[in-house]
Design a protein around this ligand. Structure first.
Ligand SMILES: [Zn+2]
Length: 277
């Protein structure tokens, strides 16, 4: 076991109202029960994560560009990004300034993960090359009821990465150990073509910052029902098993249990359990 011990802080960069049909594929979600019509819509957090313990603080994901754009472009429910959930004020709670962050790892480029990169003046931005290609030229029909033609990517985020921020963009391909005790693992054609998870060695074990690879630890990892958005179902199933093998604690972007203050409850809800054979 590595002796590198980092600390992971969830930072809340917004909230969104979405259908919980997204949690599991084929709508196999007990929460969508017909008896409870309101249960179909849930309010979810949009987390990013700050890693402390290296020479500089590291940010994993960067939240959304604007709440209005999220609704307008992707035709989703209301989104919220009040001042208290801005990157600056969330980082200030931990005593970190955006300018101190020298590495930002993006799990993928969906609008609620890649929208805040321009707020980091000194960070190199680490993303899988295949993800940037997919975000620039998303595949699919021109009109989708949810997600639109952009498939949850925001062209302004892509434009910033390939132009304004390009000198600081570090494209990686496959699995990379970015720092001792911090690994990026690529899961091709899973939640997106180039999604990656970041595994961080902490005092509580290896924390998996999994982006949207997992919506709910219990449903997707323990019970092995993949989330609702995936490119290749078999790849997604393999990824769920790999995540359970690698991570001692799983932090999804949108699982409210990530924000649970009671540590015992939080860890109990976010442990992956034994992977299936
Ligand atoms: Zn996503």
């Amino acid at each position: 076991m590595s002796k590198h011990r980092y600390k992971v802080h969830p930072v809340l960069l917004g909230e969104a109202q979405v259908g919980c049909i997204l949690d599991v594929f084929w709508g196999m979600n007990p929460d969508t029960g017909k008896k409870l019509p309101n249960a179909r819509i849930v309010k979810v957090p949009i987390f990013a994560f700050l890693i402390e313990g290296g020479p500089d603080p590291i940010l994993v994901d960067a939240g959304m560009r604007s709440a209005e754009r999220a609704v307008e472009i992707h035709r989703l429910g209301p989104h919220w990004m009040p001042e208290t959930m801005s990157l600056e004020s969330q980082l200030a709670r931990i005593g970190v300034k955006p300018s101190e962050i020298t590495t930002c790892i993006l799990t993928h480029l969906h609008y609620d993960h890649a929208g805040g990169c321009e707020k980091l003046p000194n960070a190199r931005i680490v993303v899988q090359r295949s993800e940037l290609a997919a975000a620039a030229a998303p595949i699919g029909p021109r009109h989708l009821e949810i997600g639109s033609r952009e498939l949850f990517y925001d062209r302004k985020d892509v434009a910033a990465l390939v132009d304004l921020l390009w000198d600081r963009v570090e494209l990686i391909e496959g699995d990379v150990t970015l720092f001792p005790g911090i690994e990026c693992i690529h899961y091709p054609n899973s939640h997106t073509p180039g999604s990656q998870c970041v595994y961080v060695d902490t005092a509580d074990g290896v924390v998996g910052l999994v982006g949207d690879m997992v919506r709910k630890v219990d449903l997707n990892v323990r019970r092995g029902i993949p989330p609702g958005i995936y490119y290749d179902l078999e790849q997604m199933q393999r990824a769920m098993r790999d995540i359970a093998l690698r991570g001692d604690i799983i932090y999804p972007t949108h699982d409210p249990m990530v924000g649970e203050k009671n540590k015992r409850k939080r860890l109990a809800a976010l442990k992956p359990g034994k992977p299936w054979p």
